[in-house]
Design a binder for this molecule. Structure first.
Ligand code: WQD
Length: 342
C-alpha cells in the first residue's frame, strides 16, 4: 500500500517538481494550495509527466477551521512536505504583517493538526537566507543563523524554531528542515517550471524572459562586490535535484532512519557562481545573446554564499547531479514552451 503524503504548496515551482518525484517513487500525493501564486493546470501537467493526477484541495492553511476539516476528512496521511508560503523577498519588506501571518500561522495550524490527527512526519521548505551574509564560507548546518534582511527570510528562521520546539514538546513528531540555496531550471519535459507572476524577482526567470523578448534587458545588481568579477555569488541548484532530496528526506522519516527527531540539511551544489558567470553560461548553453546592464546593488542582497553539502551527501546519500548548462537549458526550454517560441 503506497504511503499518503500531503504536499502543501504543491502546485508551485518546487512543490510541483517534488510531486512528480514523489509519484514516480510510488507515493500517493494530495496537494493543498490556495493558487495565489500558481496555476491549477499544473495538475494536468503533473499527470502528463507521471500518468497520475494528484488529489487536490484549494484553501489557505491560515484558515484553521478549513485546515482541521481537511485532516478530519483525509485520514491516513503519513507525512507532510510544507512548501506553502509567500516568498517574494521585496514584497515581504513592504507587507511584513501579511508575510508573518501567512507563513507563521499556516505552519502553526499544520503542526496543531499533526498532533491532533496523528500525522508524525514533516519536511519543511527552509532557505539559505537564514544564514544572512555568512562570515565563513562555505556554510554548514552549524553556521549561525542571522537576522534576515527581509521579513520573508525571518519567517523561514522563525518557522524552523517553531518546528524544532514543537517536536521537542511532542516526541511523537519527527521533522527535517531543508535549507535550499538558489533553485533554478525546470523538468526536462518543459511541462512544469518556474512561472513568476508579474516581473520576476529571481535571476534565472528574468534571464529567460529577457532572452524571450518579454523583458527589454536584464539588470545586473552590482559589479562592485568583493568577488572575482564584482558580481554577487550564489549556489544555484537544479530544481529536480532539489525535488529528489525531498523524496529522500520523506523516506528517511518514514523508515525511522533519522538520527534525531529534528534534523537540518543544506541543499546546494557546494559551488558558488557569480551573476556574470550565470549570464555567460546561459549564452553558451542556449546560443541566445543576453542584453544586460550593470546597475547599483539591490537593497538586502548579500555578497556571496554557497553550501557545504557534506552532511546531506553523507547522511541523506543525496548529491546534486545535474550540470549547470543542462539546468539553464531546461529553464530556457520551459520559457520557450510557455511562450510558444519555436
Ligand atoms: C540571485 C542573484 C541578485 C535578479 C532569493 C531568496 C531565497 C530564495 C531564492 C525562495 C543576486 C542577482 C537577481 C535580477 C540580478 N527564494 N539578480 N538581477 O536573492 O539570492 O535569493 O531567491 O526560496 O530564499 O532570498 O535570489 O535570484 O533574486 O538573486 O542581478 O534581475 O542574482 O542580486 O545576486 P536570491 P535571486
Amino acid at each position: 500500500m503506497s504511503h499518503k503524503i500531503l504536499v502543501t504548496g504543491g502546485t508551485g515551482y518546487i512543490g510541483s517538481h517534488t510531486v512528480v518525484e514523489l509519484q514516480e517513487s510510488g507515493y500517493k500525493v494530495i496537494i493543498v494550495d490556495d493558487l495565489s501564486n500558481s496555476n491549477i493546470n499544473v495538475l494536468d501537467n503533473i499527470e502528463k509527466i507521471t500518468g497520475v493526477k494528484p488529489a487536490f484541495e484549494k484553501f489557505n492553511l491560515v484558515d484553521s477551521e478549513r485546515t482541521e476539516d481537511f485532516f478530519r476528512r483525509n485520514v491516513g496521511i503519513e507525512a507532510i512536505i510544507h512548501f506553502a508560503a509567500s516568498k517574494a523577498v521585496g514584497e515581504s519588506v513592504e507587507k511584513p504583517l501579511l508575510y508573518y501571518r501567512n507563513n507563521l500561522v499556516s505552519m502553526i495550524n499544520l503542526l496543531e493538526c499533526q498532533i491532533k490527527f496523528d500525522v508524525p512526519n514533516i519536511v519543511f521548505s527552509s532557505s539559505c537566507t537564514v544564514y544572512g551574509q555568512p562570515n565563513i564560507l562555505p556554510v554548514t548546518e552549524e553556521t549561525p543563523r542571522q537576522d534576515s534582511e527581509s521579513p520573508y527570510g525571518n519567517t523561514k528562521r522563525v518557522n524552523e524554531d517553531i518546528l524544532r520546539d514543537s517536536i521537542a514538546a511532542n516526541p511523537q513528531l519527527t521533522g527535517i528542515s531543508l535549507r535550499y540555496f538558489n533553485p533554478i531550471g525546470a523538468h526536462s519535459s518543459a511541462l512544469i517550471g518556474e512561472l513568476p507572476s508579474g516581473i520576476p524577482n529571481n535571476l534565472v526567470p528574468f534571464i529567460t524572459q529577457t532572452a524571450a523578448g518579454i523583458r527589454g534587458e536584464l539588470k545586473v545588481f552590482g559589479d562592485d562586490y568583493n568577488t572575482s568579477d564584482g558580481s554577487a555569488i550564489r549556489d544555484y541548484i537544479n530544481v529536480v535535484d532539489l525535488a529528489k532530496a525531498h523524496v529522500v528526506a520523506i523516506r528517511r522519516l518514514l523508515k525511522g532512519k533519522n538520527k534525531t527527531n529534528y534534523e537540518v540539511f543544506n541543499l546546494g551544489t557546494g559551488k558558488g557562481l557569480s551573476v556574470l558567470e550565470i549570464i555567460n553560461k546561459f549564452e553558451k548553453a542556449t546560443g541566445a545573446k543576453l542584453k544586460y546592464k550593470i546597475v547599483p546593488r539591490r537593497t538586502g542582497d548579500i555578497e556571496k554564499i554557497w553550501a557545504d553539502t557534506n552532511l546531506a551527501n553523507k547522511e541523506l546519500g543525496w548529491k546534486a547531479e545535474k550540470e549547470l548548462e543542462e539546468t539553464l537549458l531546461s529553464a530556457w526550454n520551459w520559457e520557450k514552451r510557455v511562450r510558444e517560441i519555436k
